[in-house]
Ligand binder design. Structure first.
Ligand code: ACO
Length: 306
């Protein structure tokens, strides 16, 4: 029985169209400076479909892992913006990639990718060998572009990894949480657009990310100084900075991509991971802490040995 896991491939996809803060400032009662100062975001990508972006990112991850489509045993697509209410978007990705395995969507909002990683470990322990885990979003479809408090944040994009069973370490420690008593802080009704209490989300996000990360590190038996790289959900630079400080991991050991991608919900962690890998910021044996939080209010963290 192989209880361990390894991330053997990764890939991302972003729509072509870039929307800068200056573009938003032309249409809304805001300024470039306000957006950068309060969020850290400078530009974001808009366009595409959730399954289309997921397919592109997934194909790149399979290729980088050196695998063929028939090697993949399962597709988990973390998304809060499926292309249709029915069916899930994962089967379209499965078909477009030429896979023959099972495929399902997982919705835990911005925590979805880390929820998916933990689910993937469980599925590998039932005997599967290779899982394609994707986070893909088209948040622009449920964003009110006249609302300056939300349209400056949300974006589209996808990131994917191949997770393989090994006889080495599994996820060393993990934490999944949700608080359904706080749905009003951030939600979108079916057919509607994001409704958000920004300050409330901010406060809860910091609290959830800190607690969830600490729980995962405790379970793993590691300290903040042992973590080589924190890969957090990319919602807001101030949330990331404050949470990192409280967790004990400085910004120099944190993966950041939101300046260029905005908040792409379930896609944001694999987008940040790839940017760190492009910068050679991880070597075999390094400890990585993934940590996400989002609507629900959900939170999820996992410590993995690279
Ligand atoms: N430009 C200029 N002024 C603005 C803008 C804008 N784009 N948006 C809001 N304001 C105004 C507000 O109307 C308010 O004015 P008032 O004082 O006259 O009422 C003032 O700026 C301050 O507003 P706050 O909401 O207090 O500003 P804050 O510093 O909290 O920043 C922000 C707002 C960026 C939304 C922040 O609260 C935040 O990031 N919250 C978390 C949001 C988030 O991360 N959501 C997603 C997380 S989960 C997920 O990813 C799905």
């Amino acid at each position: 029985m192989m209880n361990g896991l390894r991330i053997s491939g990764w890939g991302t996809a972003l729509p072509e169209r870039t929307v800068t803060n200056a573009d938003l400032a032309k249409r809304l009662d805001t300024t470039e400076e306000w957006i950068v100062e309060r969020t850290g975001i400078r530009e974001r990508r808009i366009g595409g479909t959730t399954s289309g972006l997921a397919t592109e990112a997934g194909a790149r991850a399979i290729q980088r892992a050196g695998l063929q489509p028939e090697d993949i045993d399962l597709v988990i697509l973390a998304t809060t913006t499926p292309d249709k209410t029915v069916p899930a978007s994962a089967p379209s990705v499965q078909h477009a990639l030429g896979l023959t395995c099972g495929a399902f969507d997982l919705n835990a909002a911005c925590s979805g990718f880390v929820y998916g990683l933990v689910v993937a470990q469980g599925m590998l322990r039932t005997g599967l060998k290779r899982i394609l885990l994707i986070g893909s979003e088209t948040l622009s479809r449920i964003t009110d572009w006249e609302d300056r408090s939300t349209s400056i944040l949300f974006a589209d994009g996808a990131g994917a990894i191949v997770v393989e069973a090994t006889d080495g370490d599994g996820i060393l420690g993990w934490d999944l949480r949700a608080d359904g008593g706080n749905l009003s802080a951030l939600y979108s009704d079916v057919g509607g657009t994001f409704q958000m209490q920004g300050r409330e989300v901010y406060r809860r996000a910091v609290h959830a990310m800190v607690e969830s990360s600490q729980h995962a590190m405790n379970e793993a038996g590691v300290r903040p100084e042992d973590i080589k790289l924190l890969v957090p959900h990319q919602a807001n630079l101030r949330i990331i900075t404050t949470s990192g400080r409280r967790i004990g991991i400085p910004l120099e050991r944190t993966a950041l991509v939101l300046q260029k991608t905005g908040n792409a919900s379930a896609a944001s962690i694999p987008l940040a991971l790839e940017s760190a890998l492009d910068g050679d910021r991880l070597a075999p044996g390094d400890l990585v802490l993934f940590s996400g939080y989002g609507a629900g209010m959900t939170a999820a963290s996992a410590v993995v040995r690279w």
